[in-house]
Design a protein around this ligand. Sequence first.
Ligand code: ADP
Ligand code: MG
Ligand code: ZN
Length: 546
Amino acid sequence: MTNQDILLHKTLKDYFGYEQFRPLQKEIITSILNGEDNLVIMPTGGGKSICYQLPAILMDGLTLVISPLIALMKDQVDALNANGIPAAFVNSSQTDLENSSIIERVKSKEIKLLYLAPESLAFFEQLSQVCEISLIAVDEAHCISSWGHDFRPAYTQLSFLKKRLPNTPLVALTATADKATREDIANQLEISNAKRNISSFNRANLSLEVRPAQDRVTQIVDFVKSRPNESGIVYCLSRKQTEQLADRLKKSGFKAAAYHAGLPADVRSKTQENFIHDSTPIICATIAFGMGIDKSNVRWIIHYNLPKNIEGYYQEIGRAGRDGLDSETILFHSYADVIQLRKFAEGSGNEEVQLAKLERMLQYAEATSCRRNILLSYFGETATEKCGNCDVCNHPPTFFDGTVIAQKVLSGIFRLQEKEPLNVVVDFLRGSQNATILDKNYHLLKTYGVAKDIAWKDLQQYMVQIINQGFCEIAFHENNALKLNELSKEVLFNGMKVSLTKPVEFVKADEKTPQKASKPQNNLFERLRVLRLELATAKGVPAYVV
Ligand code: ADP
Ligand code: MG
Ligand code: ZN
């Protein structure tokens, strides 16, 4: 060990109480101490904070930390002070007097780390006049990029930092950056030559599973029942869902609570505390829950709805199993969610990026190959082997010739003049006598009832597969009516074959028997998937709406 190594280990032990560095921490710290700019990409819980907190202790001047959330700032500052590291924050939630007394303390070199929200950069000028700034850390740096999933306009002002202090090392840290976001961060912060530190995103202890959303409440109740005393989070899209689900779980005898930004602050912090101390082990929450919560024994994460992008999904499942023990994750996938998320994306002001990200999420949810490999390749890692800890590896799909089913479906769409959404087409093909069918006299049309031998849910799933493979399309601007396209004609008139997989029947996790992975018989499915992806990438919009 070099002298520097000994000093680093001693500082780690003395101030943070840890014996060893985690992967990449020492390299990053050493590089910062050498005055280099760094871009740090490390999963949630990987230990990013120490990468700038430890150098801050060893450097002469002040370390400025830019952090997006006031609540997080306060926790971090309290934790640092508890470890004997003088830290403080300035922001708009404090009075001018409080803020100026902190600046006085900075001036007299009492403070080593100062946290600042990007909206409070006005303090920067004052600070740079009264002290030497040794290091700038930009935490949650993906907020600077409109390619990221959590864009904050105030972050874009941060490019002036490098201009003002070109010789001060700057470290940008984030858990959530795909390649495009990563490079955007470096460009915008003007640290294009920064050392890239990208740690592995592989969390092998998390199992990955996607289930169809049918009866998801019952599925969740069963799941929780078979895992007594385990702690977990169910992420829901809406505040109302979090409350309804928490009520349902409580009625079934579980200790559960809802959490969302609409609840009073004291209720939220109480819920958070009860979760951390295991007195309320189950939280039904919107994505407002979790950032900055450091709980190591979360055993499962359920996504009640499809997340809007892979970064968010990865960050949320990453809250399970931080202690390294086996933990489970389940995502419930429904087309209704996709339609809802598309609407959000369209109103977001950043439509193209969000739709493209949603499309990637959808491809993950519908994957017929190892899900972990999809995640890893999304984050720029090349995965080689199948993981053996995802549902696709454990239950590889079996394909069958679904051409006849597809032909029935497509001719049904044709008979309904491409005016009806999925569920009406299903009712029509199954010969349902409900009001919509009878009112519109659909029961008098040809092909009415041609698929009555197929169960409703199965037919619905087949149709989703048919849509996903691009054999027909959803017109999102026409009440989600199904439309025919070029490929539909190939299937109807030119003998193109369609492969389908058996509808997924959900298997309870403990009944799972790992099977040997086998290759799909027909790779048309994969080929079309690639085709759609290429189309989507070329046009910047999801292929299935083109
Ligand atoms: P991130 O910001 O990457 O999500 P944090 O910096 O909040 O992660 O660290 C996550 C947890 O890991 C914290 O409880 C932290 O104290 C702990 N931790 C960080 N570095 C080490 C280490 N070298 N050894 C043990 N625990 C560590
Ligand atoms: Mg962090
Ligand atoms: Zn796998």
